[in-house]
Design a protein around this ligand. Structure first.
Ligand code: AMP
Ligand code: ZN
Ligand code: FE
Ligand code: FE
Length: 272
């Protein structure tokens, strides 16, 4: 039975609400999906509600944007306890940094002669986990750029004139935080980071899975990560990284068997 374990909602940079996702999931025959918004868990309670309504199992999750000096590494936590105090205080710190960063990005754009207001960005983000995609959408809406890609290429990308970093955990910190919150840490789309040399460190810090199946992964990537998973007794996960209507990837493009969901659930926290 198919489960899509990587989905973004309007609570981060997705364009579908949790309710719309649950409805779509039931329509296309998914038995489960995981909410994995960037650095925020606010979409989980409404998603659990919506899942009940449409008869689809909802996995509470989060995708942390973490960094090492020369790469960005995304770590997903499945089955985290969203009431965990340590998790809540870290998320608050990241959210504050993401908010301040929007103001800084807008200032930089203004200095480049672009008329954009922070309020316009926050209107598009709903306030929960504002990011560069929301700035890109505001620029598109204001007619400053022709596409989201254009916005990243001209202004928001790494080394672009309006690039501003935000506070990030290291991958090891994210793995520890997820584990302490009762969750199961998984390395998301490793081929996108192209930083396999970090995997041994992640495993010794408590990593329990690798997102082997992913739209951007080649056959060779899948084979390589499956070998690592087998060698270390990890869980092979997968998902579409669905972001809604604005991107080409549809919900359920990549799925794994329901059995993976059970394994992720029982691997939560310090259990081994
Ligand atoms: P942030 O977390 O605010 O730094 O934004 C990162 C998000 O921006 C990623 O998860 C992608 O969805 C999106 N993104 C990054 N680079 C690009 C790009 N070149 N074109 C379109 N979207 C991008
Ligand atoms: Zn995203
Ligand atoms: Fe990601
Ligand atoms: Fe994602």
């Amino acid at each position: 039975m198919p489960a899509d374990l990587h989905v973004h909602t309007t609570f981060s940079d997705g364009t579908d609400t949790p309710l719309e996702i649950a409805e779509k999931a039931s329509k296309i025959g998914l038995t489960a999906f995981a909410i994995t918004d960037h650095d925020v868990v606010d979409g989980i309670p409404p998603a659990l509600e919506a899942g009940k309504r449409f008869g689809v199992r909802v996995v509470p999750g989060i995708e942390f944007t973490t960094e090492v000096p020369d790469a960005e590494i995304h770590i997903i936590g499945y089955f985290i306890d969203i009431g965990n105090a340590g998790l809540k205080s870290t998320l608050k710190k990241i959210q504050e940094s993401r908010h301040k960063r929007i103001h800084k990005i807008v200032e930089k754009l203004n200095m480049s002669g672009i008329d954009i207001k922070a309020r316009e960005v926050f209107e598009l983000s709903g306030g929960s986990s504002p990011g560069r995609p929301h700035v890109a959408r505001a620029l598109l809406k204001g007619g400053v750029v022709r596409s989201i890609k254009d916005a990243f290429n001209k202004y928001l990308g790494w080394k672009g004139p309006a690039y501003v970093p935000h506070y990030k955990l290291t991958p090891v910190e994210a793995i520890r935080l997820i584990t302490a919150s009762g969750g199961t840490p998984v390395y998301a789309h490793p081929a996108v980071s192209n930083y396999d040399r970090i995997i041994p460190d992640l495993i010794s810090s408590g990593l329990k899975g690798i997102e082997v199946y992913y739209p951007g992964h080649s056959k060779a990537d899948v084979k390589r990560y499956l070998e690592i998973v087998d060698k270390h007794g990890l869980i092979a996960t997968g998902g579409s990284d669905y972001h809604g209507k604005m991107k080409e990837i549809s919900l359920g493009t990549v799925t794994v068997d329901d059995e993976v969901v059970d394994r992720l659930e029982s691997a939560g926290g310090y259990s081994r």
